[in-house]
Design a protein around this ligand. Structure first.
Ligand code: SAM
Length: 234
C-alpha cells in the first residue's frame, strides 16, 4: 500500500517537474525571444536603442554594484504608467535608468520632467542619444541624467514617482528609500514607488509611512507571472 502511494506521488511529482521544465523552455526559447524581436522592431521604427541585455561586467562594474541592464517590457511599462495616473506636476525618477526606456515612455505623458540615475556613463550616453531621435513625439522634453551609484545619490526634491526594475542589491535599494524619506523631510510631499518584479517585498514591510496601494499582474500566457507593486510614501 505504502509503495503504491509513493510511486503515485513520485509519478505526479515528475509530471509537474516536466511541466515546469517545458514552460521554462517555451518562456526562454520562444516567448521572450519573440517579445524581444517586437521591442527591437519598435526601437528600429523610432530610431532608438533600448532592447538588450548587458551584464555589469561588460559595463566595467562588478556584480556587487547592482544588476545588469535589461529593459522593462514596453507593454507592461505603458500599463504601469497609465495606472500611475500621471499629472503635469509629476516628476518621474527611474532608479538605474539604463538606456532610458522608462524615461522615454514616461515622457509621452504631460509631466514636468524625467530624471534618471544610472551607474554607467556608456548607458547614459545611449539614453541621451535615444532622446534625440527625430520620430519621437514626446509631451515632456525635460530630461536630467545623473551618473552615479543610486544607493548614494541624493533624490531631487521635486521627484514624485520613483520607478525600479530591480537595479540594486538590498542595502543600496533600502538606502534609496531612506534618501526618498530625507527628500520628503526637506520638501514635504507624497512619493509613489513603482517596483517592477520586486525582489525585496518582505524588506519593505517594516518601513513606516510606506503603503502598498496597487498591484498589477501579468500572466504571460501562463508561462510565468510579472508584477508591479505600487507604493506610496508620505
Ligand atoms: C534591470 S535594468 C533597468 C533599466 C530600466 N530602468 C528599465 O526598466 O528599462 C537595471 C539598471 O540599473 C543599473 N544599475 C545597476 N546598479 C546600479 C547602481 N548601483 N546605481 C545606479 N544604477 C545601477 C544598470 O546599469 C541597469 O541599467
Amino acid at each position: 500500500m505504502n509503495i503504491n502511494i509513493s510511486s503515485h506521488s513520485s509519478k505526479r511529482k515528475s509530471l509537474s517537474y516536466y511541466l515546469v521544465a517545458f514552460k521554462e523552455i517555451i518562456r526562454f526559447r520562444a516567448y521572450l525571444r519573440i517579445l524581444s524581436l517586437f521591442e527591437k522592431l519598435r526601437d528600429q521604427m523610432r530610431g532608438t536603442d533600448t532592447e538588450s541585455m548587458i551584464e555589469m561586467g561588460e559595463l566595467g562594474f562588478s556584480k556587487e554594484t547592482g544588476h545588469r541592464y535589461e529593459a522593462t517590457p514596453t507593454f507592461h511599462l505603458r500599463q504601469i504608467l497609465k495606472a500611475l495616473n500621471l499629472q503635469p506636476t509629476d516628476v518621474v525618477l527611474d532608479i538605474g535608468s539604463g538606456k532610458g526606456r522608462v524615461l522615454l515612455e514616461a515622457s509621452r505623458f504631460n509631466i514636468q520632467r524625467v530624471v534618471g540615475i544610472e551607474l554607467s556613463g556608456q548607458l547614459n550616453s545611449i539614453c541621451r542619444h535615444n532622446f534625440s531621435a527625430k520620430s519621437l513625439s514626446l509631451k515632456c522634453n525635460q530630461l536630467e541624467l545623473i551618473e552615479g551609484n543610486a544607493g548614494t545619490s541624493k533624490i531631487p526634491d521635486d521627484v514624485s514617482v520613483m520607478f525600479y526594475f530591480n537595479p540594486l542589491l538590498l542595502p543600496d535599494f533600502l538606502a534609496t528609500i531612506q534618501r526618498a524619506l530625507e527628500s520628503i523631510q526637506r520638501n514635504p510631499r507624497k512619493i509613489r514607488f513603482a517596483f517592477y518584479n520586486l525582489k525585496y517585498f518582505d524588506d519593505l514591510k517594516s518601513i513606516d509611512h510606506l503603503h502598498l496601494i496597487k498591484i498589477l499582474e501579468w500572466k504571460n500566457f501562463g508561462l510565468y507571472r510579472s508584477r508591479c507593486h505600487i507604493y506610496e510614501l508620505t
